[in-house]
Design a protein around this ligand. Structure first.
Ligand SMILES: Cc1cc2nc3c(=O)[nH]c(=O)nc-3n(C[C@H](O)[C@H](O)[C@H](O)COP(=O)(O)OP(=O)(O)OC[C@H]3O[C@@H](n4cnc5c(N)ncnc54)[C@H](O)[C@@H]3O)c2cc1C
Length: 287
């Protein structure tokens, strides 16, 4: 097998990364877990990589003003431990366990996964579920993009080629929020379908609901109709069943038209029900 020529730049500062990206035709190398298999594939075109692993200041992991700030070099496995308290910490711990296997989690980064934008990946879905803000740095400075307008198509985002994704800012979820994640996975790489939920219960009723459908379309989408149906309910079995049905029937509108469509919708209904039941276990709890 012949692999293409790769030009490699080991950057030590963000300025060096931006200079390399400004030249065009350059890819950022973070954990390499998605990029390396692509560039070493037989027949892949020659490419240029700028390695960010030695860049100072990209390992931020801190809670500031109600947001957990995650830098570009924070590895998946970091989230296996308690990096932040409360429901956001619970969600990150639950989600990370589903990503690949230990060596992938030791090298791969959350921001690499966001930049790669695989439609079935867990971190993009998490970012959309919690309403994350994504910070991009380019030659003209920084700009912040809400996660729900960052993903535009499979493997496509609003990141410009000359920009580095430097930080994800995840809002700390309020007390009383329960989280749930359920997936249908038949291989080790990525789920066929999944549903993520973060449901806040105040005084016995749903006061905020976020549900995200994973791999139901070109990018993760919020199940807006199902969220609306949950609002004000007590998260009873009936309310959960109704919301799951709405998620499958109305919120899967981006689902590909293919022969397996009725089966896919049924899968989302079952997964939504499961994710909401998990969320109910933590919802309404305080402190
Ligand atoms: C066997 C296997 C199983 C896997 N299973 C799962 C799974 O179950 N769920 C899941 O979600 N993922 C899975 N992955 C993917 C894994 O999570 C990757 O680590 C992740 O998608 C990319 O992170 P990375 O740091 O390795 O990025 P890289 O591979 O280094 O880069 C990926 C892409 O993002 C770009 N990029 C990276 N960082 C930045 C940045 N800061 N700014 C701008 N662009 C950037 C790169 O240029 C490249 O295009 C799997 C991978 C493998 C090999």
């Amino acid at each position: 097998m012949r692999t293409a020529a790769v030009e490699y730049i080991a950057a030590t500062s963000v300025d060096e990364v931006l200079a390399a990206l400004a030249d065009g035709g350059t890819s950022v190398l973070a954990g390499g877990q998605s990029l390396v298999p692509v560039v070493t594939r037989a027949g892949a075109p020659p490419c240029r990589l700028v390695d960010i692993n030695r860049v100072e200041g990209l390992g931020t992991l801190a809670e500031v003003d109600g947001y957990l700030r995650v830098g570009a070099l924070v590895r998946h496995r970091t989230f296996e431990s308690d990096v932040v308290g409360g429901p956001l910490g619970d969600l990150l711990r639950v989600v990370v366990r589903h990503i690949g296997h230990p060596p992938i989690r030791a090298r791969g980064t959350m921001l690499g996964s966001l930049a790669y934008a695989h439609p079935a990946a867990e971190w993009p879905a998490m970012a959309v579920t919690v309403g994350a803000r994504l910070v991009l740095q380019g030659p003209d400075g920084r700009r912040t993009v809400p996660a729900d307008s960052f993903f535009t198509a499979p493997f496509r985002t609003t990141r410009r080629p000359e920009e580095l994704l430097v930080e994800a800012q995840l809002p700390v979820l309020p007390d009383g929020t329960g989280i749930g994640y359920a997936e249908d996975r038949r291989t080790t790489i990525y789920p066929q379908a999944a549903v993520m939920a973060a449901i806040t219960v105040t005084d016995g009723e749903v006061s905020a609901a976020a549900m995200c459908l994973v791999n139901s379309g070109p990018y993760p989408v919020r199940a807006a109709c199902a969220e609306h149906a949950l609002f004000g309910t007590t998260l009873s079995d009936t309310a959960i069943a109704a919301a799951a049905q709405i998620a499958a029937e109305r919120d899967t509108r981006l689902l590909d038209e293919d022969a397996s469509r009725p089966g896919r919708r049924r899968a989302y209904e079952v997964l939504a029900r499961r994710a909401l039941r998990h969320a109910r276990e933590g919802a309404g709890r305080c402190g």
